[in-house]
Design a protein around this ligand. Structure first.
Ligand code: C2E
Ligand code: MG
Ligand code: MG
Ligand code: MG
Length: 293
């Protein structure tokens, strides 16, 4: 009976695996179609300064509007694209569109444009030998200044050194900024901060969640702020959802934040509205009549 039970348990396990594999294969095939249709698009989430909540930068986040499934989360399809290699083409498309959009904002709004645009780069993309050249080509083609681009990579991607680390060095040579995304959740090693030169640490939401809690709960966010300051790295606190968290993060030394408390990922047109308001505000003092006397 135990054997029977074991067997059926295995059968159930195999079935789950199978459903998973079939599901991934199907999603992969549909993703191939999505790459050549207009089902993939970008949203832009503001990164703001603390404590005032002013727009600083934006992060480009890919979305898939599937004809039958509706909006599919990148957390679902990026891993599939990584596994079947499609991430290379998908990532290049995302990079190009994000840079085109940012160059457009820079041209239209000048200093009132976002300071930079963050683009997520997966481990597999970073390991492609052609990656640095792709970045250089996209910058040339879109006319974007390298300093306006921030590539967001994960610790895990660069953990074993090798080609990924070479790629980080190569894009920084171009003048592009690099951030370690979800910092603290991957194969974290503080030694990485010495071997892998980056500009920004994006402190993961899981640590931000704890900042209003006990000393233990806030310990990592507190320490990362100190380490970043000592190493002269900028930090962005990710996933800020409340005013209390924002206030506490500011006390801890965080000067940049991102999260639903400030803004959700938005269509480009809504970022445009924010920029237009800011441009108008910048122009205002000049338009104001001089004070009499
Ligand atoms: P990420 O790069 O860490 O992006 C931040 C994620 O946190 C986004 O999820 C964003 O919508 C979400 N978020 C921001 N603020 C809050 C908050 O206050 N509360 C909560 N609960 N969530 C918040 P999204 O857009 O679903 O993306 C998930 C992940 O998928 C990203 O995490 C990134 O790793 C990956 N991803 C998204 N777009 C791309 C892309 O173009 N290329 C690659 N390779 N990965 C991407
Ligand atoms: Mg990111
Ligand atoms: Mg992140
Ligand atoms: Mg994250």
């Amino acid at each position: 009976a135990a054997k029977e039970q074991g067997k059926s348990r295995y059968a159930r396990y195999a079935e789950t695996m199978d459903t998973c594999a079939v599901e991934h294969a199907r999603l992969g095939a549909e993703l191939q179609r999505a790459l050549t249709s207009d089902e993939l698009f970008l949203l832009y989430q503001p990164v703001v300064t603390l404590p005032d909540g002013e727009l600083s930068g934006v992060e480009a986040l890919v979305r898939w509007r599937h004809p039958e499934r509706g909006l599919v989360s990148p957390a679902e399809f990026i891993p599939v694209a990584e596994r079947n290699g499609m991430i290379v083409q998908l990532g290049a498309q995302v990079l190009r569109e994000a840079c085109r959009q940012m160059a457009d904002w820079r041209r239209r709004y000048g200093d009132a444009a976002p300071a930079r645009i963050g683009v997520n780069v997966s481990a597999r993309q970073l390991r492609e030998p052609t990656f640095p050249q792709t970045v250089a080509d996209v910058l040339t083609d879109t006319g974007l200044e390298p300093g306006d681009l921030l590539l967001e990579i994960t610790e895990t991607a660069v953990f074993d050194g090798g080609p990924a680390l070479q790629a980080v060095r190569a894009v920084r040579e171009l003048g592009v900024h690099v951030a370690l995304d979800d910092f603290g959740t991957g194969h974290s090693s503080l030694g990485l901060l010495r071997t892998c030169p980056v500009d920004v640490l994006k402190v993961d939401k899981s640590f931000v969640d704890g900042v209003t809690g006990t000393a233990e709960q806030s310990a990592i966010a507190t320490s990362l702020a100190q380490i970043a300051r000592a190493l002269r790295l900028r930090t962005v606190a990710e996933g800020v959802e409340t005013e209390a968290q924002a206030r506490r993060l500011y006390q801890l030394g965080y000067r940049l934040a991102q999260g639903f408390h400030f803004a959700r990922p938005l269509p480009a047109e809504e970022i445009d509205d924010l920029l237009a308001v800011r441009e108008a505000a910048n122009a205002e003092p000049l338009d104001r009549p001089a004070l009499a006397g």
